[in-house]
Design a protein around this ligand. Structure first.
Ligand code: ATP
Length: 380
């Protein structure tokens, strides 16, 4: 078990015109035994963070410490980290059992009797749902099964730090959800410092003790799932969490309210909200909206359903709010359809506390969060 500290880490691949700045001044502190998730879109630099901790890339600047010891000049082999890559490295000529046993037989992290090996392998394979595949060879496995064996190879031996790069990416949605739930229960996994990379926000929210959101090589926000979900620092983070994405509307301040959609969306301006330009953006998550009229302390509005789609148990509605020509489309995800059909006029509401207020921005530009429509002090 160990802490991991990443300080001011920068990495550029290539040089000259083809140079790619993969990481720019990344700082992260991961606690002993923490399950820490790095979340970001493709190309954000997530894998490069893991490789830097593993010692698999040369970085230009910055330092990595494991258990308080600088890793400068320490070979990957001596870092006592175990890394699972997205592509699965398995011995093709060995059975699944032997693939899993080989890290325990290497003697690198202690000696295990045949019985201890058997126990460790059993614990991992049961959790990963691959206990019936032990006699097979990698070529006889599906991609998802291969990925789970590769993950098993990492988790089977104790390490100071587990580095996991999208280890569930090849599994179907149902299995991913199941793995998510079980992964954290796995013996060592629950108390070994783990750095877990994903672009899947649900995975990040479900697994992370804390999450770092990475954008174009920079850390945008670090926080608990609750903090990141409730108080995203900007629209980039707000959009990265949630499917369908958070609804964003441009609003104008006037007569004590922030108004959008031709005036049909109207949020009382939080007392301390200071809007020098008289403009802002409000963000509303599709799941926070409810069908039906709202009471005090809610933002309530009315719109016409232009599309109703069933998503399994849930319903997704596209609702047009505001006068014709100036209307805004609001996406709503509701538990029940409450009898709403395409073409119907429906009432919608949500608690003001779930109305995020962001700084104004042009077009698709991201802007920072100022607060919610109820928070006391909103700094500008
Ligand atoms: N060996 C390399 N040579 C050149 N550029 C690279 C190399 N490895 C990564 N990059 C670039 O560095 C940036 C960060 O890559 P990285 O693999 O860390 O991102 P990522 O967030 O893990 O992406 P993904 O989710 O697609 O795996 C990307 O722009 C990528 O194209």
């Amino acid at each position: 078990m160990a802490t991991v500290r990443i300080a001011n880490l920068s990495k550029t691949y290539g040089n000259g015109k083809s140079a790619v700045e993969a990481l720019v001044g990344v700082d992260l502190s991961i606690g002993d035994g923490e399950f820490f998730v790095v979340l970001g879109p493709s190309g954000a630099g997530k894998t490069t963070v893991l490789k830097s901790v593993a010692g698999l890339v040369d970085v230009e600047a910055g330092d990595v410490e494991i258990a308080g010891v600088s890793m400068e000049g320490v070979e990957p082999y001596h870092r006592n980290v175990a890394m699972a890559f997205e592509s699965y490295a398995l011995y093709p000529q060995k059975t699944v059992f032997d693939n899993l046993a080989s890290p325990l037989r290497s003697g690198r992290t202690g000696r295990y009797t045949a019985q201890q090996q058997q126990q460790r392998i059993e614990a991992v394979t049961t959790t990963l749902g691959i206990d019936h595949l032990l006699k097979r060879f990698p070529r006889e496995l599906s991609n998802g099964q291969r990925q789970r064996v590769a993950l098993g190879r990492v988790l089977v031996r104790p390490a100071d730090v587990y580095l996991l790069d999208e280890p569930l990416s090849h599994l179907d949605a149902k299995l991913r959800a199941q793995m998510r739930a079980e992964l954290k229960q796995l013996g060592d996994m629950s108390n070994t410092t783990s750095l877990y990379v994903t672009h899947d926000y649900q995975e990040a929210l479900a697994l992370g003790n804390r999450i770092a959101v990475l954008r174009a090589g920079r850390v945008v926000q670090v926080g608990t799932p609750e903090e990141i979900w409730r108080r995203p620092v900007d629209t980039f983070v707000a959009k990265a969490l949630g499917q369908p994405e958070i609804n964003l509307f441009d609003v104008t301040a006037g007569q004590g309210a922030l108004r959008g959609a031709g005036g049909d969306l109207s949020v009382p301006v939080p007392r301390h909200l200071d809007l020098p330009e008289g403009r802002a953006r409000i963000g509303i998550r599709p799941r926070d909206l409810q069908l039906g009229p709202g009471g005090p302390g809610t933002l309530s509005f009315r719109g016409r359903v232009s599309l109703a789609e069933r998503l399994g148990r849930l319903m997704e509605f596209s609702v047009d709010v505001g006068p014709q020509g100036g209307s805004e489309r609001v996406i709503v995800v509701a538990d029940s359809d409450a009898g709403a059909r395409e073409g119907d006029v429906v009432d919608l509401h949500l608690s003001l506390e779930n109305v995020h207020v962001f700084a104004p921005a042009a077009g698709a530009e991201d802007s920072r969060r100022l607060g919610s429509a109820t928070e006391e002090r909103v700094s500008w």
